[in-house]
Design a protein. Sequence first.
Length: 409
Amino acid sequence: MYIADLHIHSRYSYATSRDCTPEQLDLWARRKGIHIVGTGDFTHPAWREELREKLRPTGDGLYTLKEEFRIGEDGTAGSVPPRFVVTGEISSIYKKNGRTRKVHSLLLLPGLDQADRFSETLESVGNIRSDGRPILGLDCRDLLELLLEICPRAIYVPAHIWTPHFSLFGAFSGFNSLEECFEDLTPYVHAVETGLSSDPPMNRRVSRLDRLQLISNSDAHSPSRLGREANLLDIPLTWEGLKGAIETGEGLYGTIEFFPEEGKYHMDGHRKCDLCLTPAQTDACSGICPVCGRKLTIGVAHRIEELADRTAENIPADGKNFQSLFPLPEVIAASLGYTTASKKVKGEYEKMLSALGPEFEILRTRPLEDIRRISGDRIAEGIRRLRAGQVIRRPGFDGKYGEIRLFGD
């Protein structure tokens, strides 16, 4: 079983860490136990040049970091160097059907040569050099058509489809259906990315998504955030294996998820007034903040409620597996009563990786007895609660992350 995180960013994207380099992405993928990681930002020429310098093709549409650039031993027992796949995100802002649309798209390509050709075409459309995630006035339908013409083997996935401001179904600038967005090319969209603020059961309330594969990725802006969400794959470690999983579901075993309440747009609200509301409460005040009188930010739960044609109790029972987790340093911090930035937590994290293996193995499959032997009862109990979903949830809203707690006061 492989773990894949396909939507990330390089240091050439706005508001990202300077550590988003191939070396650091390789290092953190090994620490996390991620086997396939997206390059992100393939449209940026300087990033493509760096990828060509530091990655070598494996002969099957994927890449690996050259040995001379690998950051030595990472101290993680049993870690395996990841494969890279060429990926990028496009921000489309355009007018359609009388409204301004703002939609993000995740693109996956089978090689850097194809990335060169596609980026050269995009450069005639707009500026792709100022940001790793370029903003283009290009209709999503036309972007998809362009991608299929230049690289028929590429994969197009609408990104974080429920985010209020920049997504396919976003409350402020999105659409109510795939057909409204992609028109005649709708059959060429095979998968959607669900985003941090929703999980598979929430998405399965919308029957029009039934034919689509649901994938999850971190959208990481720093290497340590890799794997916040990820995909579980039982495939050959090749481009064709990955493409088949995303487009047909063959080998897509399931996903690793945020707790959706932790996502920063799960509920409605107004951050400035520290007001978090349920969809029913928002409807009761007509979408207006009762404190200051401004418009509320409509969250993912509300937007799904608007488009859903099933209740939570009536979703299909044949969906893919999923597991909600959060990062191991946060488990350690909650269990020991320290902050994630403390030396105590960092030291315990390194000790656990060295003794027990990559982070995902510790969080998902390592016997609790092993964890207890290395790190004590408290951390073992924290991981037991996490696996069982026995957490305290305080939902996020209007750009403010929610809080997931393992222990009460």
